[in-house]
Design a protein around this ligand. Structure first.
Ligand code: ATP
Ligand code: MG
Length: 412
């Protein structure tokens, strides 16, 4: 039988949340269990004293780490050795860990120790000294450096003894699904997938909507957006993607309005359609990838016009724009970090690009925008007629990024 490995997982910001801590912890555990059941069946999750422990078969290690790298709400994790709670066993485990670190290229080390079980014969200081000596004796040429260590070997004496190092950083934030639901306006671009991942990292559950314009936009553009929804969805513990055909709406805008207004009017129609989907799904906000002044449609005046149809409804929802103050270079770094970038830059144009006017309105007047929008007569989806209703009634829904249970689920 292959060896079982143990990962120590440290929850993030939720340790600070006082009375809410228990409920955040419950959601975090539920998310991790869901991930493991799907991606690493046979793994086990245990929690004590604010720590999570995942044990898995050795051959599942890469998959478990991949899942942990998508889990919102953890500060980090480390692969731990468990051993008997005796000084001899702990020092031997430290020596083994020291050998491994030296072999993997570390230049120096220090030992950190915590003892919650006070019956252990050495106190934390005693463990640090003895373990330091044990490592130096076992690994020649591997010096202690307390100020600036290459690696830190940690010892924890709890219900068992744990020795670990080489911790990996988690995504921090809050567990997805702990902060209500939002509806992401997802295009095939760089920005909106990042906006979605960021909101998932603040605990928001997400659904998404994509407006496409066949035959002006290709099947490849749709496939690309579905792939982006799969990635963003994997951080949000799954999301439903509403695919809405906006060809009729786009044509109407082109026929009835001055070309320089096309982009603003299109954004207004998208926002209103998204608002109706949000109403149906119970989403409490819309989320976009807009960033101030990045393009003509994103001046503060045009942002105001864009969201005005939502405000004009009863019980409007807020439009959240997590990227509003973030520049493109930083957004690209985040896109690379979330793993959406490579897909976003595939060269399939979305509908906005094709219908973009050469000289768009830069500072749209909300009253003028309102009357041009009225003149489009897109109808009220609530009434069951009109172009918006048709577009929404024909929406296709795809489940993206869910962790479905697979194989044997032994251990749960
Ligand atoms: P992105 O990179 O997210 O496409 P962008 O910089 O290209 O953003 P715009 O095309 O002006 O900017 O879009 C602004 C925002 O409007 C997007 O971030 C997204 O939230 C929403 N959006 C744009 N096009 C679509 C679409 N076809 N379907 C759904 N939402 C869209
Ligand atoms: Mg775009």
């Amino acid at each position: 039988m292959s060896e079982r490995l143990l990962y120590l997982v440290k929850p993030g910001e939720l340790t600070l949340k006082g009375g809410n801590r228990e409920s955040f912890m419950r959601i975090l555990k539920r998310n991790l269990v869901t991930m493991l059941r799907s991606g690493a069946p046979g793994s086990q999750l245990r929690s004590t004293a604010g720590r999570l422990y995942v044990s898995c078969a050795e051959e599942r290690a890469a998959r478990v780490e991949e899942l942990l790298s998508r889990l919102m709400g953890i500060a980090g994790w480390a692969l731990a050795r468990t051993c008997e709670k005796t000084p001899e066993a702990v020092l031997a485990a430290c020596a083994e860990e020291g050998k491994r670190l030296k072999q993997s290229g570390a230049g120096s080390f220090k030992v950190e120790a915590r003892r919650t079980d006070k019956s252990f014969p050495l106190d934390s200081y005693g463990i640090r000294c003895a373990a330091g000596d044990a490592v130096r004796a076992a690994v020649p040429g591997f010096p202690v450096d307390v100020q600036n260590p290459g690696e830190v070997i940690s010892v924890e004496i709890r219900e068992k003894a744990y020795v670990y190092s080489l911790g990996k950083k988690g995504r921090r934030g809050l567990p997805a699904g702990s902060a209500g639901r939002g509806l992401l306006l997802l295009s095939g671009g760089i920005d909106s997938p990042v906006a979605g991942c960021m909101m998932a990292g603040r605990g928001m559950g997400l659904d998404a909507v994509y407006f496409h314009t066949p035959p002006y936009t290709s099947g490849e553009a749709l496939d690309k957006t579905v792939r982006l929804a799969e990635i963003a969805g994997s951080y949000a513990m799954g999301m439903r993607l509403y695919i809405v055909n906006f060809t009729g709406v786009q044509r109407r805008i082109k026929e009835k309005s001055p070309p320089e207004w096309n982009t603003v009017l299109l954004r207004m129609a998208m926002m209103e359609a998204a608002f109706f989907i949000a109403r149906r799904t119970g989403a409490k906000c819309l989320v976009t990838g807009e960033s101030l002044s990045q393009v003509a449609s994103q001046t503060v005046e045009n942002l105001n016009c864009g969201e005005s149809p939502v405000r004009n409804h009863k019980n409007p929802v807020p439009v959240l724009r997590p990227l509003i103050g973030i520049d493109k270079e930083e957004i690209i770094l985040r896109a690379k970090n979330f793993g959406t970038y490579e897909t976003s830059i595939l060269p399939f144009a979305d509908c906005c690009v094709l219908f973009s006017p050469v000289h768009p309105v830069l500072r749209g007047d909300p009253r003028e925008a309102g009357s041009l929008y009225e003149a489009l007569e897109l109808g009220d989806p609530g009434s069951g007629t009109g172009l918006l209703h048709e577009a929404l009634a024909g929406a296709e829904v795809k489940k993206c990024g869910y962790y479905e249970r697979t194989g044997n689920s032994e251990g749960y």
